[in-house]
Design a binder for this molecule. Structure first.
Ligand SMILES: *[C@@H]1O[C@H](CO)[C@@H](O)[C@H](O)[C@H]1NC(C)=O
Ligand SMILES: *[C@@H]1O[C@H](CO)[C@@H](O)[C@H](O)[C@H]1NC(C)=O
Ligand SMILES: *[C@@H]1O[C@H](CO)[C@@H](O)[C@H](O)[C@H]1NC(C)=O
Ligand SMILES: *[C@@H]1O[C@H](CO)[C@@H](O)[C@H](O)[C@H]1NC(C)=O
Ligand SMILES: *[C@@H]1O[C@H](CO)[C@@H](O)[C@H](O)[C@H]1NC(C)=O
Length: 499
Protein backbone atom coordinates (compact mmCIF):
# COMPACT_ATOMS: atom_id res chain seq x y z
CA UNK A 1 0.00 0.00 0.00
CA UNK A 2 2.66 2.42 1.08
CA UNK A 3 4.93 1.27 -1.76
CA UNK A 4 2.18 1.75 -4.32
CA UNK A 5 1.53 5.30 -3.15
CA UNK A 6 5.21 6.08 -3.38
CA UNK A 7 5.43 4.63 -6.89
CA UNK A 8 2.45 6.69 -7.94
CA UNK A 9 3.95 9.83 -6.43
CA UNK A 10 7.41 9.27 -7.90
CA UNK A 11 6.85 10.84 -11.33
CA UNK A 12 5.26 13.89 -9.68
CA UNK A 13 8.13 14.15 -7.25
CA UNK A 14 10.64 13.84 -10.06
CA UNK A 15 8.82 16.51 -12.04
CA UNK A 16 8.99 18.81 -9.04
CA UNK A 17 12.68 18.23 -8.48
CA UNK A 18 13.50 18.86 -12.13
CA UNK A 19 11.20 21.84 -12.51
CA UNK A 20 12.83 25.24 -12.38
CA UNK A 21 11.92 28.88 -12.49
CA UNK A 22 11.42 30.30 -15.96
CA UNK A 23 14.37 32.73 -16.08
CA UNK A 24 14.63 34.64 -19.38
CA UNK A 25 17.66 33.81 -21.57
CA UNK A 26 20.63 36.12 -21.09
CA UNK A 27 21.35 37.82 -24.46
CA UNK A 28 24.66 37.34 -26.27
CA UNK A 29 25.04 41.11 -26.47
CA UNK A 30 25.21 42.15 -22.83
CA UNK A 31 24.65 45.82 -23.65
CA UNK A 32 21.08 44.98 -24.81
CA UNK A 33 18.56 47.18 -22.95
CA UNK A 34 15.55 45.51 -21.30
CA UNK A 35 12.66 46.63 -19.08
CA UNK A 36 12.63 50.19 -20.46
CA UNK A 37 10.61 52.70 -18.44
CA UNK A 38 10.01 56.41 -18.89
CA UNK A 39 8.79 58.86 -16.27
CA UNK A 40 7.82 62.51 -16.05
CA UNK A 41 10.79 63.77 -14.08
CA UNK A 42 10.35 67.54 -14.05
CA UNK A 43 8.55 70.36 -15.88
CA UNK A 44 10.71 69.87 -19.01
CA UNK A 45 12.32 66.59 -18.29
CA UNK A 46 11.84 62.86 -18.69
CA UNK A 47 13.79 60.01 -17.12
CA UNK A 48 14.61 56.82 -19.00
CA UNK A 49 15.35 53.72 -16.96
CA UNK A 50 16.36 50.29 -18.26
CA UNK A 51 18.13 47.11 -17.16
CA UNK A 52 21.12 45.28 -18.61
CA UNK A 53 22.65 41.89 -17.79
CA UNK A 54 26.05 43.49 -17.24
CA UNK A 55 27.17 46.68 -15.55
CA UNK A 56 27.72 49.21 -18.32
CA UNK A 57 30.66 51.54 -17.84
CA UNK A 58 28.41 54.39 -18.81
CA UNK A 59 24.65 54.58 -19.44
CA UNK A 60 23.74 56.97 -22.25
CA UNK A 61 20.76 57.87 -24.43
CA UNK A 62 20.84 59.61 -27.82
CA UNK A 63 17.78 61.64 -28.70
CA UNK A 64 16.31 64.28 -30.96
CA UNK A 65 13.11 65.43 -32.57
CA UNK A 66 13.56 63.40 -35.75
CA UNK A 67 14.15 59.65 -35.88
CA UNK A 68 17.12 59.99 -38.24
CA UNK A 69 18.85 62.79 -36.39
CA UNK A 70 19.43 61.82 -32.77
CA UNK A 71 21.78 64.74 -32.33
CA UNK A 72 21.67 65.04 -28.54
CA UNK A 73 23.18 62.74 -25.99
CA UNK A 74 22.67 62.46 -22.26
CA UNK A 75 24.59 60.17 -19.91
CA UNK A 76 24.13 59.08 -16.31
CA UNK A 77 26.41 60.61 -13.73
CA UNK A 78 26.29 57.51 -11.57
CA UNK A 79 27.16 53.87 -12.30
CA UNK A 80 24.29 51.41 -12.78
CA UNK A 81 23.15 49.75 -9.54
CA UNK A 82 22.07 46.25 -8.58
CA UNK A 83 21.04 44.38 -5.42
CA UNK A 84 21.56 40.90 -3.94
CA UNK A 85 19.58 38.21 -5.88
CA UNK A 86 19.22 40.43 -8.99
CA UNK A 87 20.77 39.32 -12.31
CA UNK A 88 20.52 42.80 -13.82
CA UNK A 89 21.78 46.37 -13.41
CA UNK A 90 19.51 49.41 -13.29
CA UNK A 91 20.45 52.30 -15.60
CA UNK A 92 18.92 55.79 -15.45
CA UNK A 93 19.41 58.78 -17.72
CA UNK A 94 17.51 62.05 -17.36
CA UNK A 95 16.73 64.17 -20.43
CA UNK A 96 16.35 67.85 -19.58
CA UNK A 97 15.32 71.05 -21.40
CA UNK A 98 12.75 69.29 -23.55
CA UNK A 99 10.28 71.39 -25.51
CA UNK A 100 6.84 70.54 -24.04
CA UNK A 101 4.28 68.51 -25.98
CA UNK A 102 6.70 67.44 -28.73
CA UNK A 103 7.54 63.98 -30.07
CA UNK A 104 11.11 63.00 -29.23
CA UNK A 105 12.93 59.98 -30.65
CA UNK A 106 15.46 58.19 -28.48
CA UNK A 107 17.91 55.32 -28.65
CA UNK A 108 19.51 53.79 -25.58
CA UNK A 109 23.22 53.55 -26.43
CA UNK A 110 23.94 49.87 -27.05
CA UNK A 111 25.18 47.70 -29.90
CA UNK A 112 21.72 46.06 -29.84
CA UNK A 113 19.00 48.70 -29.42
CA UNK A 114 16.35 50.36 -31.55
CA UNK A 115 14.84 53.84 -31.79
CA UNK A 116 11.60 54.51 -29.87
CA UNK A 117 9.74 57.74 -29.21
CA UNK A 118 7.70 59.60 -26.60
CA UNK A 119 5.70 62.79 -26.21
CA UNK A 120 7.40 65.24 -23.87
CA UNK A 121 5.24 66.34 -20.92
CA UNK A 122 2.87 69.29 -21.23
CA UNK A 123 3.63 72.43 -19.25
CA UNK A 124 1.74 72.93 -15.97
CA UNK A 125 -1.23 75.13 -16.84
CA UNK A 126 -1.37 74.10 -20.53
CA UNK A 127 -5.10 73.91 -21.26
CA UNK A 128 -4.88 71.21 -23.96
CA UNK A 129 -7.26 68.34 -23.10
CA UNK A 130 -5.49 65.02 -22.52
CA UNK A 131 -6.08 61.65 -20.98
CA UNK A 132 -4.10 59.17 -18.95
CA UNK A 133 -4.71 55.64 -17.79
CA UNK A 134 -4.80 54.21 -14.29
CA UNK A 135 -3.56 50.61 -14.34
CA UNK A 136 -3.34 48.83 -10.98
CA UNK A 137 -2.82 45.22 -9.87
CA UNK A 138 -1.35 44.12 -13.19
CA UNK A 139 0.62 40.90 -13.15
CA UNK A 140 2.79 38.86 -15.45
CA UNK A 141 1.18 36.85 -18.26
CA UNK A 142 2.30 33.65 -19.90
CA UNK A 143 1.37 32.27 -23.28
CA UNK A 144 -1.97 31.33 -21.74
CA UNK A 145 -3.07 34.81 -20.65
CA UNK A 146 -6.70 35.72 -21.29
CA UNK A 147 -7.37 36.21 -24.99
CA UNK A 148 -9.26 38.23 -27.59
CA UNK A 149 -8.82 39.04 -31.26
CA UNK A 150 -6.34 41.90 -31.82
CA UNK A 151 -7.35 45.37 -33.00
CA UNK A 152 -5.76 45.80 -36.41
CA UNK A 153 -7.23 49.20 -37.22
CA UNK A 154 -4.37 51.33 -35.89
CA UNK A 155 -1.47 52.17 -38.18
CA UNK A 156 2.24 52.19 -37.57
CA UNK A 157 2.87 53.35 -34.05
CA UNK A 158 1.50 50.38 -32.11
CA UNK A 159 4.38 49.22 -29.92
CA UNK A 160 5.54 45.79 -30.95
CA UNK A 161 4.52 43.42 -28.18
CA UNK A 162 4.72 39.69 -27.59
CA UNK A 163 1.69 38.22 -29.44
CA UNK A 164 0.59 36.42 -26.29
CA UNK A 165 0.04 39.83 -24.73
CA UNK A 166 -2.18 41.24 -27.46
CA UNK A 167 -5.07 39.95 -25.50
CA UNK A 168 -4.35 41.42 -22.12
CA UNK A 169 -4.48 44.88 -20.56
CA UNK A 170 -0.98 45.39 -21.97
CA UNK A 171 -2.31 44.53 -25.42
CA UNK A 172 -5.15 47.03 -25.06
CA UNK A 173 -2.70 49.71 -23.88
CA UNK A 174 -0.63 49.01 -27.01
CA UNK A 175 -3.56 49.12 -29.38
CA UNK A 176 -4.80 52.44 -27.97
CA UNK A 177 -1.34 53.97 -27.58
CA UNK A 178 -2.29 57.19 -29.39
CA UNK A 179 -5.25 57.81 -27.09
CA UNK A 180 -3.47 58.55 -23.79
CA UNK A 181 -0.37 60.49 -22.73
CA UNK A 182 0.87 58.67 -19.64
CA UNK A 183 0.00 55.91 -17.19
CA UNK A 184 -0.22 55.94 -13.40
CA UNK A 185 0.30 52.62 -11.63
CA UNK A 186 -0.15 52.90 -7.87
CA UNK A 187 0.97 49.49 -6.83
CA UNK A 188 1.04 45.78 -7.42
CA UNK A 189 3.20 45.25 -10.48
CA UNK A 190 4.63 41.78 -11.19
CA UNK A 191 3.21 39.69 -8.31
CA UNK A 192 6.65 38.12 -7.91
CA UNK A 193 5.69 37.24 -4.34
CA UNK A 194 3.05 34.88 -5.74
CA UNK A 195 5.79 32.69 -7.27
CA UNK A 196 4.63 29.70 -5.22
CA UNK A 197 1.29 29.65 -7.09
CA UNK A 198 3.17 28.15 -10.08
CA UNK A 199 4.03 24.50 -9.45
CA UNK A 200 7.30 24.54 -11.42
CA UNK A 201 8.65 27.24 -9.11
CA UNK A 202 8.24 25.37 -5.86
CA UNK A 203 11.83 24.34 -5.28
CA UNK A 204 13.37 27.38 -6.89
CA UNK A 205 11.76 30.30 -5.06
CA UNK A 206 14.63 32.76 -5.12
CA UNK A 207 15.08 32.47 -8.90
CA UNK A 208 11.33 32.33 -9.45
CA UNK A 209 10.87 35.70 -7.75
CA UNK A 210 13.52 37.32 -9.97
CA UNK A 211 12.24 35.53 -13.09
CA UNK A 212 8.74 36.96 -12.62
CA UNK A 213 10.16 40.47 -12.19
CA UNK A 214 12.30 40.16 -15.32
CA UNK A 215 9.45 38.72 -17.38
CA UNK A 216 6.90 41.26 -16.17
CA UNK A 217 8.98 44.37 -16.77
CA UNK A 218 10.03 43.05 -20.19
CA UNK A 219 6.35 42.54 -21.06
CA UNK A 220 5.61 46.08 -19.88
CA UNK A 221 8.51 47.71 -21.77
CA UNK A 222 6.64 48.35 -25.05
CA UNK A 223 4.22 50.53 -23.04
CA UNK A 224 6.53 51.96 -20.36
CA UNK A 225 9.24 52.68 -22.97
CA UNK A 226 6.76 54.76 -24.99
CA UNK A 227 4.59 56.43 -22.32
CA UNK A 228 5.72 57.91 -19.00
CA UNK A 229 4.77 55.23 -16.49
CA UNK A 230 4.34 56.64 -12.97
CA UNK A 231 4.79 54.11 -10.16
CA UNK A 232 3.99 53.98 -6.45
CA UNK A 233 4.09 50.93 -4.16
CA UNK A 234 1.58 48.19 -3.38
CA UNK A 235 1.78 45.31 -0.94
CA UNK A 236 3.05 42.94 -3.66
CA UNK A 237 6.25 45.00 -3.98
CA UNK A 238 7.13 44.46 -0.30
CA UNK A 239 8.82 41.07 0.03
CA UNK A 240 9.25 37.55 -1.36
CA UNK A 241 6.30 36.13 0.54
CA UNK A 242 2.74 37.16 0.75
CA UNK A 243 2.44 34.93 3.79
CA UNK A 244 2.27 37.18 6.86
CA UNK A 245 5.18 37.11 9.30
CA UNK A 246 7.42 34.91 7.13
CA UNK A 247 9.12 37.75 5.24
CA UNK A 248 12.05 37.57 7.66
CA UNK A 249 12.96 34.38 5.79
CA UNK A 250 13.29 36.20 2.45
CA UNK A 251 16.85 36.65 1.18
CA UNK A 252 18.33 40.16 1.15
CA UNK A 253 17.15 41.71 -2.08
CA UNK A 254 13.68 40.19 -1.77
CA UNK A 255 12.32 42.18 1.16
CA UNK A 256 11.68 45.80 2.11
CA UNK A 257 10.55 46.88 -1.40
CA UNK A 258 14.11 46.40 -2.70
CA UNK A 259 13.39 45.80 -6.39
CA UNK A 260 10.79 48.57 -6.47
CA UNK A 261 13.20 51.01 -4.84
CA UNK A 262 16.05 50.18 -7.24
CA UNK A 263 13.87 50.17 -10.31
CA UNK A 264 12.00 53.42 -9.75
CA UNK A 265 13.90 55.29 -7.01
CA UNK A 266 15.98 57.36 -9.44
CA UNK A 267 13.35 57.64 -12.18
CA UNK A 268 10.37 59.13 -10.34
CA UNK A 269 10.17 62.89 -9.62
CA UNK A 270 10.04 64.66 -6.22
CA UNK A 271 7.59 67.56 -6.72
CA UNK A 272 7.53 70.37 -9.27
CA UNK A 273 8.54 73.92 -8.37
CA UNK A 274 5.40 76.05 -8.20
CA UNK A 275 4.73 78.34 -11.15
CA UNK A 276 2.14 80.24 -9.10
CA UNK A 277 2.74 83.96 -8.63
CA UNK A 278 1.90 83.40 -4.94
CA UNK A 279 5.07 83.33 -2.84
CA UNK A 280 3.57 81.14 -0.08
CA UNK A 281 2.64 78.56 -2.71
CA UNK A 282 6.22 78.57 -4.01
CA UNK A 283 7.59 77.99 -0.51
CA UNK A 284 5.13 75.16 0.16
CA UNK A 285 6.05 73.51 -3.15
CA UNK A 286 9.74 73.68 -2.19
CA UNK A 287 8.92 72.08 1.16
CA UNK A 288 7.09 69.32 -0.69
CA UNK A 289 10.15 68.78 -2.90
CA UNK A 290 12.30 68.29 0.18
CA UNK A 291 9.80 66.00 1.89
CA UNK A 292 9.10 63.83 -1.18
CA UNK A 293 10.59 60.31 -1.13
CA UNK A 294 10.30 58.90 -4.65
CA UNK A 295 9.22 56.29 -5.63
CA UNK A 296 7.16 56.06 -2.43
CA UNK A 297 5.54 59.52 -2.38
CA UNK A 298 5.92 62.38 -4.84
CA UNK A 299 3.93 64.61 -7.19
CA UNK A 300 4.03 66.04 -10.68
CA UNK A 301 2.04 68.42 -12.86
CA UNK A 302 0.79 67.88 -16.37
CA UNK A 303 -1.37 70.42 -18.21
CA UNK A 304 -4.37 71.21 -16.02
CA UNK A 305 -3.61 68.44 -13.51
CA UNK A 306 -1.60 68.17 -10.30
CA UNK A 307 -1.09 64.46 -9.57
CA UNK A 308 0.13 63.09 -6.24
CA UNK A 309 1.28 59.51 -5.73
CA UNK A 310 1.06 58.28 -2.12
CA UNK A 311 2.24 55.20 -0.24
CA UNK A 312 -0.56 53.32 1.53
CA UNK A 313 1.84 50.56 2.62
CA UNK A 314 4.26 52.18 5.07
CA UNK A 315 5.07 55.49 6.76
CA UNK A 316 1.95 56.42 8.73
CA UNK A 317 0.33 55.12 11.92
CA UNK A 318 -0.59 51.42 11.68
CA UNK A 319 0.46 51.33 8.01
CA UNK A 320 -0.43 47.78 6.89
CA UNK A 321 2.90 46.83 5.25
CA UNK A 322 5.07 48.79 7.73
CA UNK A 323 6.97 47.61 10.80
CA UNK A 324 4.52 45.59 12.89
CA UNK A 325 1.72 46.34 10.40
CA UNK A 326 -1.31 44.08 9.92
CA UNK A 327 0.05 42.57 6.67
CA UNK A 328 3.13 41.24 8.48
CA UNK A 329 5.42 42.49 5.69
CA UNK A 330 7.65 44.71 7.87
CA UNK A 331 8.66 47.23 5.22
CA UNK A 332 10.02 50.73 5.55
CA UNK A 333 10.14 53.26 6.95
CA UNK A 334 11.17 55.31 3.93
CA UNK A 335 11.08 58.67 5.64
CA UNK A 336 11.24 60.22 9.09
CA UNK A 337 8.18 60.03 11.30
CA UNK A 338 5.23 61.80 9.65
CA UNK A 339 7.34 62.79 6.65
CA UNK A 340 4.84 61.38 4.17
CA UNK A 341 1.89 63.23 5.70
CA UNK A 342 3.93 66.44 5.98
CA UNK A 343 4.78 66.05 2.31
CA UNK A 344 1.15 65.52 1.36
CA UNK A 345 -0.01 68.52 3.34
CA UNK A 346 2.65 70.89 1.94
CA UNK A 347 2.12 69.56 -1.56
CA UNK A 348 -1.67 69.89 -1.56
CA UNK A 349 -1.50 73.30 0.14
CA UNK A 350 0.81 74.57 -2.61
CA UNK A 351 -1.59 73.89 -5.47
CA UNK A 352 -2.79 77.02 -7.25
CA UNK A 353 -6.02 76.04 -9.01
CA UNK A 354 -5.55 78.90 -11.46
CA UNK A 355 -2.63 76.85 -12.84
CA UNK A 356 -3.70 73.23 -12.19
CA UNK A 357 -7.41 73.16 -11.32
CA UNK A 358 -7.51 69.35 -11.08
CA UNK A 359 -5.95 67.62 -8.09
CA UNK A 360 -5.79 63.84 -8.37
CA UNK A 361 -4.25 61.59 -5.71
CA UNK A 362 -3.44 57.94 -6.38
CA UNK A 363 -2.54 55.22 -3.89
CA UNK A 364 -2.82 51.48 -3.59
CA UNK A 365 -5.22 50.54 -0.78
CA UNK A 366 -8.68 52.09 -0.82
CA UNK A 367 -10.82 53.14 2.12
CA UNK A 368 -13.98 53.25 0.06
CA UNK A 369 -14.61 49.82 -1.45
CA UNK A 370 -16.85 46.79 -1.23
CA UNK A 371 -15.27 44.41 1.24
CA UNK A 372 -12.28 45.16 3.43
CA UNK A 373 -11.25 48.80 3.61
CA UNK A 374 -7.94 50.24 4.84
CA UNK A 375 -8.93 51.97 8.08
CA UNK A 376 -5.47 53.31 8.96
CA UNK A 377 -5.19 54.75 5.41
CA UNK A 378 -8.49 56.55 5.81
CA UNK A 379 -7.43 57.97 9.17
CA UNK A 380 -4.11 59.19 7.81
CA UNK A 381 -5.09 60.57 4.43
CA UNK A 382 -8.81 61.36 4.17
CA UNK A 383 -8.81 64.55 6.30
CA UNK A 384 -6.07 66.05 4.08
CA UNK A 385 -7.95 65.05 0.91
CA UNK A 386 -11.00 66.92 2.13
CA UNK A 387 -9.24 69.94 3.61
CA UNK A 388 -7.37 70.69 0.39
CA UNK A 389 -10.20 69.77 -1.97
CA UNK A 390 -8.75 66.74 -3.76
CA UNK A 391 -11.02 66.14 -6.78
CA UNK A 392 -10.39 62.46 -7.47
CA UNK A 393 -8.87 59.58 -5.47
CA UNK A 394 -7.60 56.62 -7.52
CA UNK A 395 -7.05 53.28 -5.79
CA UNK A 396 -6.73 49.55 -6.53
CA UNK A 397 -5.78 46.55 -4.34
CA UNK A 398 -9.28 45.09 -4.68
CA UNK A 399 -9.38 43.26 -8.03
CA UNK A 400 -12.48 44.74 -9.59
CA UNK A 401 -13.88 48.08 -10.82
CA UNK A 402 -15.83 50.44 -8.56
CA UNK A 403 -16.82 54.07 -8.78
CA UNK A 404 -18.18 56.08 -5.87
CA UNK A 405 -20.07 59.34 -5.69
CA UNK A 406 -18.13 62.09 -3.92
CA UNK A 407 -17.97 61.26 -0.21
CA UNK A 408 -16.30 62.41 2.99
CA UNK A 409 -16.14 60.49 6.27
CA UNK A 410 -18.70 57.98 4.99
CA UNK A 411 -21.25 60.67 4.09
CA UNK A 412 -22.02 61.25 0.40
CA UNK A 413 -21.70 64.88 -0.70
CA UNK A 414 -25.21 66.38 -1.21
CA UNK A 415 -24.08 67.93 -4.49
CA UNK A 416 -23.12 64.59 -6.04
CA UNK A 417 -21.14 65.05 -9.26
CA UNK A 418 -22.11 68.75 -9.61
CA UNK A 419 -19.43 70.72 -7.81
CA UNK A 420 -19.05 68.67 -4.62
CA UNK A 421 -16.65 69.62 -1.84
CA UNK A 422 -15.79 65.96 -1.17
CA UNK A 423 -13.52 63.87 -3.42
CA UNK A 424 -14.82 61.35 -5.90
CA UNK A 425 -13.16 57.90 -5.59
CA UNK A 426 -12.54 54.94 -7.86
CA UNK A 427 -11.12 51.46 -7.34
CA UNK A 428 -9.54 50.28 -10.58
CA UNK A 429 -7.87 47.00 -9.64
CA UNK A 430 -9.08 44.67 -12.39
CA UNK A 431 -6.12 44.92 -14.79
CA UNK A 432 -5.59 41.18 -14.38
CA UNK A 433 -3.02 39.12 -12.46
CA UNK A 434 -2.39 35.59 -11.31
CA UNK A 435 -4.84 36.01 -8.41
CA UNK A 436 -7.76 36.78 -10.74
CA UNK A 437 -10.73 39.06 -10.10
CA UNK A 438 -12.27 39.66 -6.65
CA UNK A 439 -15.98 39.26 -6.05
CA UNK A 440 -17.79 42.41 -4.92
CA UNK A 441 -19.56 40.37 -2.27
CA UNK A 442 -22.84 41.27 -0.62
CA UNK A 443 -21.97 44.56 1.04
CA UNK A 444 -21.35 47.56 -1.17
CA UNK A 445 -21.23 51.16 0.06
CA UNK A 446 -24.58 52.95 -0.54
CA UNK A 447 -22.81 55.66 -2.57
CA UNK A 448 -21.54 53.12 -5.12
CA UNK A 449 -22.27 54.48 -8.62
CA UNK A 450 -20.78 51.63 -10.66
CA UNK A 451 -19.36 48.24 -9.83
CA UNK A 452 -18.16 45.34 -11.98
CA UNK A 453 -16.36 42.18 -10.93
CA UNK A 454 -16.64 40.19 -14.15
CA UNK A 455 -14.33 42.01 -16.57
CA UNK A 456 -10.63 42.70 -16.71
CA UNK A 457 -10.43 46.48 -16.90
CA UNK A 458 -8.49 49.66 -16.26
CA UNK A 459 -9.56 53.28 -16.25
CA UNK A 460 -8.99 56.27 -18.50
CA UNK A 461 -9.08 59.70 -16.89
CA UNK A 462 -9.81 62.52 -19.32
CA UNK A 463 -8.98 66.09 -18.36
CA UNK A 464 -11.48 67.84 -20.63
CA UNK A 465 -11.12 71.42 -19.39
CA UNK A 466 -10.84 73.40 -16.13
CA UNK A 467 -14.25 72.24 -14.98
CA UNK A 468 -14.89 68.79 -16.41
CA UNK A 469 -13.10 65.54 -15.70
CA UNK A 470 -14.28 62.31 -17.30
CA UNK A 471 -13.51 58.90 -15.81
CA UNK A 472 -14.07 55.80 -17.96
CA UNK A 473 -13.63 52.13 -17.14
CA UNK A 474 -12.33 50.24 -20.19
CA UNK A 475 -12.85 46.50 -20.69
CA UNK A 476 -9.32 45.19 -21.40
CA UNK A 477 -10.62 42.36 -23.57
CA UNK A 478 -13.12 44.15 -25.82
CA UNK A 479 -12.14 47.81 -25.44
CA UNK A 480 -15.77 48.52 -24.56
CA UNK A 481 -16.41 51.41 -22.14
CA UNK A 482 -18.01 49.75 -19.12
CA UNK A 483 -18.82 53.00 -17.32
CA UNK A 484 -18.32 56.69 -18.00
CA UNK A 485 -18.90 59.58 -15.62
CA UNK A 486 -18.07 63.28 -15.69
CA UNK A 487 -17.27 65.25 -12.57
CA UNK A 488 -18.00 68.98 -12.69
CA UNK A 489 -16.02 71.29 -10.43
CA UNK A 490 -16.34 75.10 -10.37
CA UNK A 491 -12.72 75.53 -9.18
CA UNK A 492 -13.39 79.11 -8.20
CA UNK A 493 -11.03 79.16 -5.18
CA UNK A 494 -7.35 79.37 -6.06
CA UNK A 495 -6.18 77.84 -2.78
CA UNK A 496 -8.78 75.45 -1.41
CA UNK A 497 -9.10 75.12 2.38
CA UNK A 498 -12.22 73.34 3.66
CA UNK A 499 -13.30 72.33 7.15
C1 LIG B 1 19.15 41.90 -29.19
O1 LIG B 1 18.02 42.31 -28.44
C2 LIG B 1 16.89 41.45 -28.51
C3 LIG B 1 15.79 42.06 -27.63
O2 LIG B 1 15.56 43.38 -28.00
C4 LIG B 1 17.23 40.07 -28.01
O3 LIG B 1 16.12 39.23 -28.16
C5 LIG B 1 18.41 39.53 -28.80
O4 LIG B 1 18.80 38.30 -28.25
C6 LIG B 1 19.58 40.51 -28.71
N1 LIG B 1 20.68 40.05 -29.56
C7 LIG B 1 21.88 39.71 -29.05
C8 LIG B 1 22.91 39.36 -30.05
O5 LIG B 1 22.11 39.71 -27.86
C1 LIG C 1 34.16 48.66 -19.39
O1 LIG C 1 35.46 49.17 -19.52
C2 LIG C 1 36.48 48.15 -19.45
C3 LIG C 1 37.83 48.85 -19.45
O2 LIG C 1 37.91 49.81 -20.48
C4 LIG C 1 36.29 47.17 -20.61
O3 LIG C 1 37.25 46.17 -20.55
C5 LIG C 1 34.89 46.56 -20.53
O4 LIG C 1 34.67 45.72 -21.65
C6 LIG C 1 33.85 47.64 -20.49
N1 LIG C 1 32.56 47.02 -20.25
C7 LIG C 1 31.49 47.24 -21.03
C8 LIG C 1 30.23 46.50 -20.64
O5 LIG C 1 31.49 47.99 -21.97
C1 LIG D 1 -0.77 41.26 -32.18
O1 LIG D 1 -0.84 42.62 -32.61
C2 LIG D 1 -0.02 42.92 -33.71
C3 LIG D 1 -0.12 44.41 -33.95
O2 LIG D 1 -1.47 44.81 -33.94
C4 LIG D 1 -0.44 42.08 -34.94
O3 LIG D 1 0.43 42.34 -36.00
C5 LIG D 1 -0.39 40.61 -34.55
O4 LIG D 1 -0.89 39.83 -35.62
C6 LIG D 1 -1.20 40.33 -33.31
N1 LIG D 1 -1.02 38.95 -32.89
C7 LIG D 1 -2.04 38.17 -32.56
C8 LIG D 1 -1.68 36.80 -32.12
O5 LIG D 1 -3.19 38.54 -32.61
C1 LIG E 1 -1.25 82.50 -1.38
O1 LIG E 1 -1.23 81.12 -1.13
C2 LIG E 1 -1.60 80.71 0.18
C3 LIG E 1 -1.48 79.21 0.28
O2 LIG E 1 -0.48 78.71 -0.49
C4 LIG E 1 -3.00 81.16 0.47
O3 LIG E 1 -3.35 80.80 1.79
C5 LIG E 1 -3.11 82.67 0.28
O4 LIG E 1 -4.45 83.06 0.44
C6 LIG E 1 -2.64 83.04 -1.12
N1 LIG E 1 -2.65 84.48 -1.28
C7 LIG E 1 -3.30 85.08 -2.26
C8 LIG E 1 -3.19 86.58 -2.30
O5 LIG E 1 -3.95 84.46 -3.08
C1 LIG F 1 13.98 49.50 4.50
O1 LIG F 1 14.70 50.41 3.69
C2 LIG F 1 14.72 51.74 4.18
C3 LIG F 1 15.41 52.62 3.14
O2 LIG F 1 16.64 52.10 2.78
C4 LIG F 1 15.42 51.75 5.53
O3 LIG F 1 15.43 53.06 6.04
C5 LIG F 1 14.67 50.83 6.48
O4 LIG F 1 15.31 50.77 7.71
C6 LIG F 1 14.59 49.43 5.89
N1 LIG F 1 13.74 48.59 6.71
C7 LIG F 1 14.12 47.38 7.08
C8 LIG F 1 13.13 46.59 7.89
O5 LIG F 1 15.19 46.90 6.77
Amino acid sequence: MKMLALLKAAPLLAACVLAKANLPAIPDDLTTPFQQRLAIYGPNSVSIGWNTYTQLNQSCVQYGTSSDSLSKRSCALVKPTTYPTSRTYENVVVLTDLTPGLTYYYKIVSTNSTVDHFLSPRTPGDKTPFSFNAVIDLGVYGEDGFTIAGDKTKKDTIPSINPALNHTTIGRLANTVDDYEFVIHPGDFAYADDWFLTLDNLLDGENAYQAILENFYTQLAPIAGRKPYMASPGNHEAACQEIPFTTGLCPDGQKNFTDFMHRFGQTMPTAFPSVSANYTAQILANQARNLAAPPFWYSFEYGLAHVVMINTETDFDDAPSGQGGSAGLNGGPFGTQNQQLQFLEADLASVDRAVTPWVIVAGHRPWYTAGKTCGPCQEAFEPLFYKYGVDLGVFGHVHNAQRFLPVYDGTPDPKGMEDPKAPMYIVSGAAGNIEGLSSLGEEQPEFTAFADDESYSYSTIRVLDENNLQVDFVDSVSGEILDSATLFKGHTERFVRQS
